[in-house]
Design a protein around this ligand. Structure first.
Ligand SMILES: NC(=O)C1=CN([C@@H]2O[C@H](COP(=O)(O)OP(=O)(O)OC[C@H]3O[C@@H](n4cnc5c(N)ncnc54)[C@H](O)[C@@H]3O)[C@@H](O)[C@H]2O)C=CC1
Ligand SMILES: CC(=O)C(=O)O
Ligand SMILES: [Mg+2]
Length: 376
């Protein structure tokens, strides 16, 4: 098949869908790969490296979208990219549709087969194509939080690790999955006082074991959020209900009761955010302040460390990408229920239940099971 890799166009998004090493795997399997000129140059993946891996370099995204059977990207397609997709073409990338009616409508209209990295599953019940970026974003959340706690950056002037004789800063992490675990590792490494909330008791047990009791685990209730957020210097939003819009767990009232100069990092913003006052921001303009609380809500945090993130993402996406190319998308999904779980839209039908639950009424969508839709 012909695989196309356009340059990412979201604000300060320097990741790229395929590394040169991944391109080599596709060409070794007999596929043609079209890569947009300069798609990876800024992170050291030069056009020469792609050429050496067997890619053909293409000047414009229009030509790539017009020619490729499968488009491999990182971020959700922007409106002008959605309009270039067509029936019979496969899109393999992050989508995050539940909080995004505009993109959902455009993908439905395109007729394309749209596979969302973030809803592909595995045998362990986790999300293997989301996990690497959650590892990155979880680690970055503490770096970002520490930065904005500095006085000159709008924060209270608190050092997360404290110093001998001065207590460390308090970090509250809401959601103890992959983002939460990685945020905790970084915060503990800095010497902060860390509390994690989760709805899963089993997950809280695992976290207690991993950190040998050195952090506080608390079952997530609104009462617990009330208590711990009012004392926190930094709150990281890290909940996920797969494919669905994030629940708004930290309300405007909670935020009013927080200490002035405290910082919120809403990593869950790509699913709409889990704080009532969150709205998506960019790497160029990452923060805003409401009720004296700094809000950091960058929806593509891993784009900030694009070289590490591109390699981490490709490690996870490559096996499924090769299956899609080698078997053809339909057979690859029918053979692998975990990949089939990634299918969100096919021939104008939304095949992911949580997306229809979030947007079905407003967009007039009806749900159809992914395997049935593929048979059409
Ligand atoms: N902004 C960005 O650049 C990035 C955002 N993300 C997002 O971060 C979010 C978290 O992702 P992961 O950690 O990989 O998910 P995960 O599935 O590993 O963990 C989510 C955790 O939230 C918990 N949870 C669900 N409802 C809860 C509630 N009401 N209260 C407390 N905990 C609750 C679950 O039990 C689970 O442990 C997702 O929305 C993901 O898309 C991930 C990477 C980059
Ligand atoms: C997961 C996601 O949205 C990102 O890595 O940008
Ligand atoms: Mg206040």
């Amino acid at each position: 098949m012909i695989v196309g890799v356009p340059k990412e166009i979201k604000n300060h998004e320097y990741r790229v869908g395929l590394t040169p090493a991944a391109v080599q795997e596709f060409t070794n399997n007999g596929h043609a790969v079209l890569v947009q000129v300069n798609a990876g140059t800024s992170i050291g993946f030069t056009d020469d490296l792609y050429l050496a891996a067997g890619a053909t370099m293409i000047e414009t995204p229009e030509e790539i979208f017009a020619t490729a059977d499968m488009i491999v990207k990182v971020k959700e397609p922007q409106p002008n990219e959605c309009k270039m997709l067509r029936e019979g073409q496969t899109l393999y990338t992050y989508l995050h549709l539940a909080p995004d009616p505009v993109q959902t409508q455009l993908l439905v209209e395109s007729g394309a087969t749209c596979i969302a990295y973030e809803t592909v599953t595995d045998n362990r019940g986790t999300l293997p194509l989301l996990a690497p970026m959650s590892e990155v974003a979880g680690r970055m959340s503490i770096q970002a939080g520490a930065h904005y706690l500095e006085k000159a950056n709008g924060g209270s002037g608190t050092l997360l690790g404290g110093v001998p004789g001065v207590a460390p800063g308090k970090v509250l992490i809401i959601g103890g999955g992959v983002v939460g675990l990685n945020a905790a590792k970084m915060a503990m490494g800095l010497g902060a006082d860390v509390t994690i909330l989760d709805r899963s008791l089993n997950r809280l047990r695992e976290l207690d074991d991993i950190f040998e009791g050195r952090l506080t685990t608390v079952f997530s209730t609104s009462d617990a959020i009330d208590y711990y957020s009012s004392r926190a210097d930094l709150v990281v939003g890290a909940v996920l209900v797969p494919g669905a819009a994030a629940p708004k767990l930290l309300t405007r009232e909670h935020i009013k009761n927080m200490k002035p100069g405290s910082v919120l990092v809403d990593v869950a913003i790509d699913q709409g955010g889990c704080f009532e006052t969150s709205k998506a921001t960019t790497h160029q303009d990452p923060v805003y302040i409401i009720d004296d609380v700094v809000h950091y809500c960058v929806a593509n945090m891993p784009g900030g460390v694009a070289r590490t993130s591109t390699m981490a993402l490709n490690n996870a996406t490559l096996p499924f990408g090769l299956a899609l190319a080698n078997k053809g998308p339909k057979q690859a999904m029918l053979d692998d229920p975990h990949l089939l779980n990634g299918l969100n839209v096919h021939k104008g039908i939304v095949t992911y239940k949580a997306v229809v639950d979030a947007l079905g009424d407003s967009l007039g969508l009806t749900y159809q099971n992914a395997a049935e839709a593929l048979a059409l």
